[in-house]
Design a protein around this ligand. Structure first.
Ligand code: 5GP
Length: 200
C-alpha cells in the first residue's frame, strides 16, 4: 500500500485557512485532519482529541524534549504542535493527512519532511485581507494594526512553498487544492505499482 501524503496548508493571518480547510475536509472523506496538541484552554464545545489534544505546559515540554513533535510553535503565547506519531500512523495506514498550521510550523515540517506538499493560501489583495480581518470583528485596534503590518512579510514567506492558491472564494480555493492533491497522487515517483502491475 502506498504511504499517504502529508499536505500542509498555511497562509498569512486572516487569509481564511480555517474555512478553506474545513470545507476541504467536509468534501474529501479520504483526507484525515492532523489533530494538533496545544497548551491553550479549550473553547466552548471543543473536545479533547477532536479539535486538539489539550496538554498542560509541563506535559508539552516533556514531549518536546523527547522529540515527539514534527514541529511546534509558540502562537500568541501558547504552544501548538504536530505529533509525529499521529501523522506517521495515518500515513502508514495509507491515508493522506492535512496539517493546518501556522507559517513558522510549516517551514519546520518542510525541513523535516521534504516529501510533504506545501500549499500557501494567498488573499486576492491586501485590501481584501484587511476587510476580512476587520470583518471578523475579533481584533482590538492594536492587534489589527499588528496583523496588517505583518501581512506583507508573512505573505513573502509563501515564495518558499510548493503551491500558491488564491482564496478568492472558498469553493474555488478548495477546488484548486483538490486538483493539487490529485496531481500529486499521479506523480510517476508515486506510481511504481501501476507500472509494475502492467508488466507481463
Ligand atoms: P487557534 O487557537 O485559533 O485554534 O489556533 C491559533 C493558531 O495556531 C492558528 O494559526 C493555527 O493554524 C495554529 N496552529 C494550530 N495547530 C498548530 C500546530 O500544530 N502547529 C503550529 N505551528 N500551529 C498550529
Amino acid at each position: 500500500m502506498a504511504r499517504g501524503l502529508l499536505i500542509t496548508v498555511s497562509g498569512a493571518s486572516g487569509t481564511g485557512k480555517g474555512a478553506v480547510c474545513g470545507r476541504l475536509l467536509e468534501t474529501t472523506p479520504e483526507l484525515t485532519y492532523s489533530i494538533s496538541a496545544t497548551t491553550r484552554t479549550p473553547r466552548g464545545g471543543e473536545v479533547d482529541g477532536r479539535e486538539y489534544f489539550f496538554f498542560d505546559r509541563e506535559h508539552f515540554r516533556e514531549k518536546i524534549e523527547r522529540g515527539e513533535f514534527l514541529e511546534y510553535a509558540d502562537v500568541f503565547g501558547n504552544y501548538y504542535g504536530t505529533l509525529r506519531s499521529y501523522v506517521d500512523g495515518q500515513r502508514d495506514a495509507g491515508r493522506d493527512v492535512l496539517l493546518e498550521i501556522d507559517i513558522q510550523g510549516a517551514l519546520q515540517v518542510k525541513a523535516a519532511c521534504p516529501e510533504g506538499i506545501f500549499i500557501f493560501l494567498l488573499p486576492p489583495s491586501l485590501e481584501e485581507l484587511k476587510r476580512r480581518i476587520i470583518g471578523r470583528g475579533t481584533e482590538s485596534e492594536e492587534s489589527l494594526a499588528r496583523r496588517l503590518s505583518a501581512a506583507p512579510s508573512e505573505i513573502d514567506v509563501g515564495r518558499r512553498y510548493d503551491y500558491a492558491v488564491v482564496n478568492d472564494t472558498i469553493d474555488r480555493a478548495v477546488e484548486r487544492i483538490k486538483a493539487i492533491i490529485v496531481a500529486e497522487h499521479c506523480r510517476v515517483e508515486r506510481s511504481a505499482e501501476l507500472f509494475d502491475a502492467l508488466k507481463i
